[in-house]
Design a protein around this ligand. Structure first.
Ligand code: NAP
Length: 295
């Protein structure tokens, strides 16, 4: 694509941001769809998110993604916030308005879209979430919204699971989320679950770890959905598959959150072929061997 005087800029604010896969998504989509747009990483130093948002607006950026550690902090610097992002308490996409940016959360719609594509049905299901960080909280909210029956939220630090349970149960007006200490997984009811892995455990470079190592735990899972995507096959996924469950990584969630953001910025609908091309570009950017990129 030729960069000229009409080229619009988008990017991602983060710290660190160097390993982001988002440029592969957006530059592939823009190139294939003939949109004069470039997408670049912006390393935002600690304490400088306000300056980054104001600077992006002053420089006429079309939109931005926001990643760790700024998804909550950025909210104070927006003109508007979408109701879903407000409910979740995290913004990962900024869309330019006349007088500032509007914040959206495309992570959760992205995860939902990925699960639908993977044939993972949430409605009427009992779900386990491992972890109680920002993403786990948002996932619990998504599951309430999509009418899962209930959630067991297991975390190393029990107080954080309790805090999320309290917040979400107040919204749902029932005991939708049951908090548990991670080590108490043996006390789960004797039944099958969909399990969403929302801790950092198993992420590159510590790939030989799973948040629960006990093979007996995985006998309970029909589906193991790891939100980690680097490596493409985590130890959690291997343990799930070894026990007969279906396993997925977080790469499709990352793809669809990007596609939804791109649609918000450009007003253009992304077709299946273009989304697939962006997915392959991400897998290539991850450094997967050529033979595995198409899998
Ligand atoms: P976060 O707020 O930092 O939370 C991290 C969670 O991991 C906490 O619950 C923490 O437990 C737990 N944890 C960390 N180390 C652990 C260990 N050694 N043993 C047990 N638990 C441990 O992180 P986040 O923003 O929620 O992100 C969580 C994961 O989601 C990350 O792996 C990230 O890559 C992934 N993610 C994926 C996508 C995607 O598009 N696929 C998007 C966003 C995030 P404590 O509370 O006890 O510390």
């Amino acid at each position: 694509m030729e960069i000229n005087g009409y080229t619009r800029t988008c990017g991602v604010f983060g710290n660190p941001v160097e390993h982001t896969m988002s440029p592969a998504i957006h530059n592939t989509l823009a190139g294939r769809m003939g949109v004069n747009l470039v997408y670049v990483p912006f390393h935002v130093p600690s304490g400088k998110i306000r300056e980054a948002v104001e600077g992006a607006f002053a420089l006429n950026l079309l939109g931005c993604n926001v990643t760790v550690p700024y998804k909550s902090d950025v909210i104070a610097h927006l003109k508007e916030i979408d109701p879903l992002a407000k409910k979740i308490g995290a913004v990962n996409t900024l869309v330019r308005l006349e007088d500032g940016f509007k914040g959206y959360n495309t992570d959760m719609p992205g995860l939902y879209r990925a699960m639908q594509e993977d044939g993972v049905e949430i409605e009427g299901q009992d779900v386990l979430i491992l972890g109680a960080g920002g993403v786990a909280r948002a996932v619990a909210m998504l599951l309430a919204d999509k009418k899962a029956t209930g959630v067991y939220l297991l975390n190393r630090t029990l107080e954080k699971a309790e805090q999320i349970a309290q917040e979400i149960n107040a919204l749902t007006r029932k005991e939708f989320v049951k908090p548990m200490a991670l080590d108490d997984y043996t006390k789960l009811p004797d039944q099958k679950f969909i399990c969403i892995q929302a801790t950092n455990v198993g992420m590159f470079p510590n790939t030989d770890a799973a948040v629960i190592e006990d093979a007996a735990f995985y006998e309970k899972l029909t589906v193991g959905y790891d939100l980690v995507y680097q490596p493409a096959e985590t130890k959690f996924m291997k343990l799930t598959e070894a026990a007969g469950g279906r396993a997925f990584n977080g790469l499709k969630m990352l793809l669809w959150q990007g596609v939804i953001a791109y649609e918000l910025w450009t007003g253009q609908k992304v077709g299946e072929d273009d989304a697939q091309a962006a997915y392959l570009a991400m897998r290539k950017a991850m450094g997967l061997p050529e033979a595995q990129i198409q899998e």
